[in-house]
Design a protein around this ligand. Structure first.
Ligand SMILES: Nc1ncnc2c1ncn2[C@@H]1O[C@H](COP(=O)(O)OP(=O)(O)OP(=O)(O)O)[C@@H](O)[C@H]1O
Ligand SMILES: [Mg+2]
Length: 325
């Protein structure tokens, strides 16, 4: 049974049902994350990364709705669970870390109070054990003098310390899956690095599956085992970090990589992908990236299924790994 993935998402379709019509935010999203594995989910703003996270953890609210597809946690289907059942999973088996730690923390409650609530939401334990577990959790995320911090309000901590507290709360119940949505974007580079390696270490040590959402390729290169690249609501490429970043197959992935400054390219002009991501209500037929793609041809106007190319998957009929005829 060890090879049952912690998370398996198949052909997930999520829409916003607006009076003006349906906005298809996710189309046929499929993902697998195994125990102890870190999946980087990347793509430009509006590509559907956060909506993927919200669809999985049941935090999507109307007019957003999962329309079809399957989400399995250790093989158990969780689409269609009621809000009470999802609440029981959240914080317990699936936890979230958000860009803004104040999405997790309540500004008017002391840290100790919030940790007690988070613990008691899923276990019946006495005050002494609450205190012991809270202190251990704060200690584990590298918070100095945790006894004092229990008595502090969130605003008395720095941004980096607040994010550490949010991480401590997310990991309190040793969840199977953590979804981290740009948790370091708002922090300085050094603090970013600290939080990154902290979460990576904690998840590796405990075998927690982690989805790290970011638009920063340097971050995923440093933390992830595998990368899934999203474009206009679809996953367009997915594979190991080395395959995807060193030998991208999808022209969009290549474009993303080329638009990031790197030392090796010093002095060279950065290549920006021409044009912009189309509105979800106005996608071209076939490949959504076609209007911006240097390799586009007539065949790209056909629907592009996900293709297996060795260990990776790519939604492109003219991948960079194959010479053009
Ligand atoms: N409340 C909403 N109503 C209608 N459409 C929405 C709503 N929320 C999101 N969307 C659509 O879903 C798309 C994906 O949004 P999402 O927040 O997942 O993007 P993202 O990849 O996380 O972007 P970012 O990097 O900016 O966080 C958006 O481009 C938008 O078109
Ligand atoms: Mg987002």
């Amino acid at each position: 049974m060890t090879d049952v993935p912690v998370l398996q998402v198949d052909d997930l379709n999520t829409s916003f049902l607006l009076t003006a019509g349906e906005v298809k935010a996710l189309r046929d999203v499929s993902l697998t994350v195994h125990r102890g594995e870190i999946l980087g989910l990347v793509g430009e703003s509006g590509s559907g990364k956060s909506i993927t996270g919200f669809s999985i953890n049941g935090l999507l609210s109307p007019p957003g709705q999962v329309m079809s597809g399957s989400i399995r946690l250790h093989g158990d289907e969780i689409t269609g669970l009621g809000s009470e059942q999802m609440r029981r999973l959240r914080g317990n088996r699936i936890a979230m870390v958000f860009q803004d730690p104040m999405m997790t923390l309540n500004p008017v409650l002391k840290i100790g109070h919030q940790m007690r609530d988070a613990l008691r939401a899923h276990m019946r334990i006495g005050d002494r054990e609450v205190r012991a577990r809270s202190l251990a959790a704060l200690h584990e995320v590298g918070i100095p003098s945790p006894e004092d911090r229990l008595l502090a309000y969130p605003h008395q901590l720095s941004g980096g310390m607040r994010q550490r507290v949010a991480v401590a709360i997310a990991l309190l119940h040793e969840p199977d899956l953590v979804i981290a949505d740009e948790p370091t974007t708002a922090l300085d580079v050094t603090i970013q690095g600290q939080i990154l390696s902290l979460v990576q270490r904690l998840c590796r040590d405990r075998g927690t599956a982690l989805i790290w959402i970011t638009h920063d390729l340097a971050v995923v290169a440093g933390i992830a085992d595998r990368i899934a690249v999203m474009y206009a609501g679809r996953i367009v490429e997915e594979g190991t970090v080395d395959d995807v970043l060193d030998r991208p197959a999808h022209p969009y992935t290549r474009g993303l990589i080329d638009s990031v400054p790197s030392r090796g390219q010093r002095g060279r002009r950065l290549q920006q992908i021409p044009g912009r991501m189309p509105a979800l209500t106005d996608l071209p037929e076939g490949c959504s990236f076609r209007p911006r793609c240097p390799r586009a041809a007539d065949a790209c106007a056909q629907p592009q299924p996900m293709r297996d190319l060795g260990a990776r998957r790519v939604r492109c009929c003219r991948p960079l790994t194959e010479a053009l005829a």
